[in-house]
Design a protein around this ligand. Structure first.
Ligand SMILES: NC(=O)c1ccc[n+]([C@@H]2O[C@H](COP(=O)([O-])OP(=O)(O)OC[C@H]3O[C@@H](n4cnc5c(N)ncnc54)[C@H](OP(=O)(O)O)[C@@H]3O)[C@@H](O)[C@H]2O)c1
Length: 273
């Protein structure tokens, strides 16, 4: 079933591929209706075509023609150039969705020649396994029917939350960049297991399943995560010894500053470009 019509991806990087993979596995989009372009990497486009059966082209006019949804998946520093190359090719009927960190709706409005239907999002890499977290701010020209499309598109990739635009930088620091913090934790746990005698693969599988299971439990049980910390640590036990070491190293404070620094970088990006 194709819910969305033609979707044009401008940018063929990590985020575009994650979204394409998630969309196709959701069954709500047809590969034949997904068109992808990038700046110059022909091998990357060929790879996407082979892996996902999507249409690829270096001609932006071809990719954008009759597209109902345009997804901007380029880095913030490349966005201005990409927009210039799309001048005259976008239409006011299209829903234009930015995935870029740091670039505000106002930033886009100032650089585009007309009033387009713009949406700012902050999604994350797990959308490729339909476990993404996406925050959305609808632009002032969007219609209710387009909000429905945005919800359908991103809920096929995970959860969607509509937020005020001034929250997006914090969300970038939390869930946009957050998967990387968790991957680092998995790597650290696996390495610790290995250093203490476990086989590499065993340590890795146990670390991954522990993080996956912990997240699944907190999500499905609805129990507050601090309560779950208490439930897993009995007085004088092993977990408490581990937790004590984490807090001695400033674990909670350091996660707080990681979110804050990434959010700050998102704010800086909007003034740099
Ligand atoms: N990766 C994440 O986890 C993540 C999370 C949240 C948000 N985001 C946001 O998602 C966006 C994409 O990130 P990414 O990680 O996917 O980046 P990426 O892997 O570096 O991909 C960027 C893509 O943009 C293309 N591009 C650059 N200039 C272009 C132009 N003028 N016209 C068409 N395509 C152009 C590049 O093409 P070439 O390869 O040919 O140069 C490449 O395909 C960023 O704005 C980022 O802030 C990413």
């Amino acid at each position: 079933m194709d819910m969305f019509g033609k979707i044009a991806f401008i940018g063929a990087g990590n985020m575009a591929e994650a979204m394409i993979k998630g969309l196709l596995s959701s069954g709500f989009a047809d590969a034949g209706n997904i068109y992808v372009t990038n700046k110059s990497d022909r091998d990357k486009l060929a790879g996407l075509k082979t892996r996902w059966g999507v249409k690829t082209s270096h001609d932006k006019a071809h990719v954008l023609e009759d597209a109902r949804i345009v997804i901007l998946g380029v880095k913030p520093q490349d966005m201005e150039c990409a927009l210039n190359e799309m001048k005259g090719l976008l239409t006011q009927e299209q829903l234009i969705i930015s995935t870029a960190a740091g670039l505000s709706l106002d930033w886009f409005e100032k650089r585009l020649d007309k009033d387009y239907c713009l949406v700012r999002t902050m999604t994350n890499l797990p959308c490729q396994v339909k476990a993404g977290a996406t925050a959305v701010t609808m632009g002032k020209n969007t219609k209710d029917s387009q909000r429905f499309i945005v919800d359908a598109l991103f809920s096929s990739l995970g959860i969607v939350m509509h937020v005020k635009e001034d929250m997006i930088d914090t969300i970038t620091g939390l869930s946009g960049s957050g998967p990387a913090y968790v991957y680092l934790m998995i790597a650290a746990m696996a390495e610790a297991g290995e250093q203490n005698g476990l086989a590499k693969e065993v340590a890795f599988q146990l670390a991954v399943q522990t993080v996956f299971g912990a997240a699944k439990l907190v999500k499905e049980s609805g129990i507050d995560s601090k309560k779950l910390v208490q439930l897993t640590s009995s007085k004088g036990g092993t977990t408490l010894a581990g937790l004590k070491e984490l807090e001695n190293g400033g674990f909670t404070r350091i996660i707080g500053s990681a979110v804050k620094m990434a959010a700050q970088r998102s704010r800086e990006l909007s003034v740099s470009y």
